[in-house]
Design a protein. Structure first.
Lengths: 278, 311
């Protein structure tokens, strides 16, 4: 008979308590989004709504004068999807170049790119705005889409993965008369799907959640994505818990759904990307 | 850094690839493949970095041609005690440092405890793990909306459950406590996963040998576990520190920099000077950004060498 294991029991109790702390804000936010504002004012705190209403969501999604949440959501979707596609194309091509093509100074150039990751991005914030302004991209999707594709880390990640793939497949395709474009699309891309999936998931979520940069390049309320939009909304619903919570929940739905279906990619790849944010 | 990617590919950082040259002579193909990324990198990363350092030596206002003023901006913000910008830099950088010092230990110790508990694999550990990681997926603004309501004095649950609770966001030191709590809640998932992988890599033989020597649970943790995952601990300390130096959203949306400026972090002043209402003082803003950047860079350089060592 298996004897009762003390450390398993202690671990379980500890994890259970911590889980409750982690779940509570989300659960309360969820229930509060269905509360009537008048109930909150008159009853004070409650976990569950006294009367369940969906007016908070209706107000936010359909009465879109000062906080067009539905528009923000669509803007975010367009920006995040486009950036993901752009990053996948640019990064996989670059990784192919740095692993499969031989040219002078290749590894030296790549080391320089890696070293540049040390430079703190905070210094380029102000000039980057000027560049975006010069291109006429302020208040356009491009401002939020394109600069993110310059990141070196994704190239590094895909390159590392490609190094592990044997060259024999390329060589045999080349003997069959394939050129680099054909090898890239027909041989390489199918083989690097796992790492591209990781890059796509992380690009989409970080694009969706980006806060500081879009709050600088968007001042047109109808053009901005939802993450900086929520900051404006917070100022308008300072004590209106119902509306504030509905808006926050609408904003987290896409990444939440993505996580439900692709959890293993997030949890396995974390040791690579170490996604601690600040 | 040996890490696991999907399908157990072993990844070896910075290992050079040696390929035999296929062709001789000049080839445009490399530029076609790496060109697009290189162009974006130059235009949106490299040029802005150098430009950013340059304009910290100018009186730029984002519109007119920048005029070179030498070290004036730095003198102003570092040494001119009468200047508002002096006060901004000193309180802003001071608060940023406080934030780093308060949050980094918690963002290391708590995920380490969680990973250690998950490592025992009690019932439901997969679900627990998924839940602790979940907030990483959410944006700072959504998280801060939820937590500012959590701390709401009249309708929030925290003051409801604790009778004599303070005005969290409006008084110190509670505002700092609130900032640490939300930062831990939001961002420990990544470190937790790194520690889980690290713990899985520690050989069971060590523990058995220690047991034979009569070592207790706590002795084993300090003498076997911690030394075995030393590299991952160092790595997470560095990346967490860098991340926390960039603090912005929490202070902006939760405490609004208050009470009376005690949580206004440097990025808030940088942003206000460069993009705030009224005339832009991008030169001063850039000088502040360079100083914050230097602090981050010191940490980054340590990280770079840590990564190289694992070659």
């Amino acid at each position: 008979m298996k004897k009762l294991n003390i450390s398993t029991l202690i671990s379980f109790i500890f994890l259970l308590c911590m889980t409750l702390i982690w779940i509570f804000p989300l659960a309360w936010a969820f229930f509060s989004s269905f509360k009537d504002e008048i109930d909150i004012q008159s009853y004070g705190f409650s976990m569950l709504p006294v009367h369940w209403v969906i007016t908070n969501y209706q107000d936010l999604l359909f009465d879109n004068s000062s906080t067009p949440v539905a528009k923000w959501f669509m803007n975010s979707m367009i920006i995040s999807v486009t950036q993901t596609v752009l990053v996948l194309v640019v990064v996989s091509m670059a990784a192919y170049g740095y692993t499969r093509l031989r040219f002078k100074g290749r590894d030296w150039l790549f080391s320089l790119l890696l070293a540049s990751m040390m430079f703190p991005a905070v210094v380029n914030l102000i000039p980057l705005y000027k560049i975006i302004d010069t291109l006429g991209w302020v208040n356009t999707y491009w401002a939020a889409i394109v600069p993110g594709a310059a990141a070196v880390f994704n190239v590094f990640l895909v390159r590392q993965f490609m190094i592990g793939i044997p060259l024999e497949l390329d060589e045999s395709a080349r003997i069959d008369g394939a050129n680099d474009f054909q090898i890239y699309t027909k041989v390489t891309l199918p083989l690097i799907k796992p790492v591209l999936t990781v890059v796509a998931l992380f690009t989409f979520t970080s694009s969706w959640n980006d806060f500081l940069w879009p709050s600088i390049v968007f001042n047109d309320i109808d053009r901005m994505p939802i993450t900086p939009g929520l900051q404006l909304l917070q100022g308008m619903y300072v004590t209106d818990i119902g509306h504030a919570m509905s808006a926050a929940l609408i904003a987290i739905v896409p990444t939440f759904i993505l996580y439900l279906f692709t959890q293993r990619y997030f949890l396995q790849s974390m040791s690579l990307t170490s996604g601690v944010k600040g | 850094m040996d890490v696991k990617l999907t399908e157990n590919k072993r990844v070896d950082v910075l290992s050079p690839v040696s390929l035999k040259p296929r062709r001789k002579g000049f080839n445009v193909m490399p530029m076609v493949f790496i060109g697009p990324h290189l162009l974006l990198f130059a235009l949106f990363f490299l040029i802005p970095i150098f430009f950013g350092v340059y304009i910290s030596f100018t009186n730029w206002d984002l519109i007119n041609t920048p005029e070179f003023v030498g070290l004036d901006n730095y003198k102003e913000i570092l040494f001119n005690k009468e200047s508002t910008f002096y006060t901004q830099l000193h309180t802003g950088l001071g608060n940023t440092f406080k934030f780093v010092i308060f949050t980094v230990p918690a963002c290391i110790i708590i995920p380490l405890l969680l990973a250690a508990a998950l490592h025992v694999k009690p019932r439901g550990s997969k679900v627990f793990q998924a839940i602790f990681y979940l907030p990483v997926l959410f944006s700072i603004s959504a998280v801060m909306i939820i937590w500012s309501m959590m701390f709401n004095v009249s309708f929030g649950p925290i003051n409801h459950y604790f009778d004599s609770a303070p005005n969290w966001l409006g008084t110190q030191p509670y505002a700092w406590v609130a900032l640490v709590v939300v930062t831990v809640w939001w961002g420990i998932g990544g470190n937790m996963i790194i520690y889980q992988a690290a713990l899985n890599g520690v050989s069971k033989d060590y523990y058995e040998a220690a047991s034979l020597d009569g070592a207790g649970r706590i002795q084993k943790f300090f003498h076997i576990t911690l030394p075995s995952i030393k590299n991952q601990l160092l790595f997470t300390v560095v990346i967490t520190t860098i991340a926390q130096f960039n603090v912005y959203g929490q202070a902006l949306m939760l405490t609004k920099g208050g009470p009376s400026g005690t949580t206004t972090v440097l990025l808030m002043y940088i942003r206000q000077n460069a993009f705030g209402s009224g005339q832009s003082i991008a030169g001063i803003g850039s000088a502040m950004a360079v100083i914050l950047g230097l602090c981050i860079m010191v940490v980054s350089i340590i990280q770079f060498f840590l990564l190289r060592e694992k070659k």
